[in-house]
Design a protein around this ligand. Sequence first.
Ligand code: C2O
Ligand code: CU
Length: 431
Amino acid sequence: YSVADMGRHDHGGHAPGGDASTVPVDELTAPDDREADVRLTLTAAQERVTLASGRDFDGYTLNGSSPGPEIRAVQGQLVEVVLENASVPDGVTLHWHGVDVPGAMDGAAGVTQDAVGVGESFTYRFVADQAGTFWYHSHQVSHEQVLGGLLGPLVITPAAGTGADVDALALAHLYGGRRTVNGRDGEDRVAAEAGDTVRVRVVNTDFGVMPVWVDGAPFRLAAVDGTDLHGPPEIEGKGVEVAAGGRGDLVFVMPESGAVRVNLSASAALLVGEGSVEASAPPDDVLDLLHYGSPAPLGFDPASADREFAFGIGRRPGFLDGKPGFWWTVNGAMAPEVPMFTVAYGDVVRMRITNDSGEAHPMHLHGHHAVVLARDGVAATGSPWWVDSLEVRDGETFEIAFVADNPGIWMDHCHNLPHAAEGLVAHLNYE
Ligand code: C2O
Ligand code: CU
């Protein structure tokens, strides 16, 4: 695979290079000959952003707002987004966080494409294969541009619908250090009536893990990172942790009281219905996703993996871009010196993630979803828990597995994005 050949400006749709003889073509590119079902232009600007509350700050917008517009598609539809850069001097890209797009469409500046300069554009095309909650954000100088609001939600619904009467977003983001929901300071509200089935799609666009809990009704966690948990039981008095970059879909039935409060940390909430419910303290009891929901068949056998990798997160003194510091490492090396994890198309890959770095790291693998098999030596008997964003705390060990079914060069990095800028980046490469 040659990086230079992948997805140059204005050629959205082709990822030439690579050994296409062994890889189905639709794994490499979105179909060029198909009409887009969902089509929009997103114009990025660096400017003063004003929230609904009137609070303003220096940041970034897409089509004049931050967060950018909600993109909705039905599973199977072809999404086409033209990204234009009006005024972002560092250049921009769009990464479809959690969507396993073809390699050339991944939006990783310096890996799958060049950043789109001021006055330039790039066309992204991909088929919305997986139903679920996702988001998009710039992947150029990400720790600044994502923090500054160059992001937005992406929802892919199943053709048969979700069965919800109310389907609401709760995109959390810290602007200027204050938590917002859907771009509103502290709280946002959505209408619902008693008896309605409500699905709330929580998106954590921040750099740290976010506790989520519900006051006013028992709820189910229906999906994590765009993957269904298959008939999970109802939860009461428990919280859910959503990793940085991660998503959690909560489903509940509106009670007779007509008011529910979905807490996104202690500083923000989505209010559902009318009136208000008093906020409770974050529950100490946190849902263990290894033992929740019903395991669906994996479709592969993680016990006979073709590749096994250790992904050891640490920290040591060294030089990064000539600057001395105490930097994050992967297997003892700092980016860009971390050796690539090399796989072949079709491989079953197992990865053992350890963290001895002194801090938590929300690890995000591009282009693939991995199943979590075990945490700290405790294995799930058939895990329903698939992730693209996994909170790995200091001292924790995770066993994950995935199938290498998406050729390209894929970043695997910490989504506490300043950490990625400080060395916590690895790549998955196809031989
Ligand atoms: Cu959401 Cu590589 O990022
Ligand atoms: Cu980190």
